[in-house]
Design a protein around this ligand. Structure first.
Ligand SMILES: CC(=O)[C@@H](O)[C@H](O)COP(=O)(O)O
Ligand SMILES: NCC(=O)COP(=O)(O)O
Length: 248
């Protein structure tokens, strides 16, 4: 089965936040994406709420529960106490843990499980007790040792950071080298029993090669490029294009 598509709404929220007005509507765009076939919605609430606001979360939860009960909510972020409470209040199907500091512009690296072992053990245990699927953001070349630790700490999945691959949009040779790294890391993760997601700077153009190299992908979460494409083609047509790029 092709990878599922989770549409990240952070960029839509950022556009909305330019004014003290309710448009574009984050839930309205989410509804259109789901109606066009998206498998789920992703948000990455940051402590300063510069994109997604904490108040968006119950509205997105209600949209999924009331209109699309078979789709998933994925909440990404650094596991501060504030983030964990938001997760527990919102009850997403998946939580993706990301090692971002509050001042970071966007996510650009995965976890070092060795250095964050105690924190992640505590957090993953709490999330698993709450019934959440847990994914951890990992570097494109995460080692066997690091991935084993992720598994040992209780992660169900890892999300491959595809930022460096996305940055190769004008350099085919480097893109192939990045794809080989992602392929090898995904194979290591699978052999340890971890399911594999991917995200960051994925585009309708770079998805087909990614899914050829990493055919076992369970889910991709895409926001920035998908929102940019929606300005040209509309959100419904854009979701259809991304699904086609995934092989649906
Ligand atoms: C975890 C990750 O890969 C990020 O891409 C993130 O979810 C996007 O965050 P921003 O939209 O806030 O840059
Ligand atoms: N987890 C990655 C994500 O949700 C979206 O990242 P991007 O497409 O906005 O770079």
């Amino acid at each position: 089965m092709p990878a599922k598509l989770s549409v990240n709404l952070n960029a839509v929220a950022m556009l909305r936040n330019r004014r003290n007005l309710p448009w574009p509507s984050v839930t309205g765009i989410g509804r259109l994406a789901l109606a066009a076939g998206a498998d789920g919605l992703t948000v990455h609430p940051r402590p300063d709420q510069r994109h997604i606001r904490f108040s968006d979360l119950p509205e997105i939860r209600a949209l999924l529960d009331d209109e699309f009960p078979d789709r998933e909510f994925n909440i990404e972020g650094y596991p501060s106490e504030e983030f964990l409470r938001l997760v527990e209040e919102t009850q997403p199907e998946q939580v993706t843990l990301v090692p971002d500091s509050p001042e970071q512009n966007t996510s650009d690296h995965g976890w070092c499980f060795r250095d964050n072992r105690e924190l992640l053990a505590r957090v993953i245990e709490r999330l698993k007790k709450g019934g959440f699927r847990v994914s951890c953001f990992v570097d494109p070349d995460a080692s066997h040792e690091e991935l084993s630790l992720a598994r040992e700490l209780g992660a169900d999945r890892v999300e491959l950071c595809t930022g460096p691959y996305g940055a190769c949009h004008d350099d085919q040779a480097r893109a192939v080298a990045e794809l080989k790294k992602l392929q090898a890391t995904a194979e290591r993760a699978r052999s340890l029993g971890l399911a594999v997601n991917a995200g960051h700077d994925l585009t309708v153009d770079n998805l087909p090669a990614l899914v050829r190299h990493v055919p076992m992908l369970a889910e991709v979460s895409i926001g920035h490029a998908l929102t940019a494409d929606a300005l040209i083609h509309g959100i419904s047509e854009t979701v259809r294009r991304y699904r086609a790029a995934l092989g649906w």
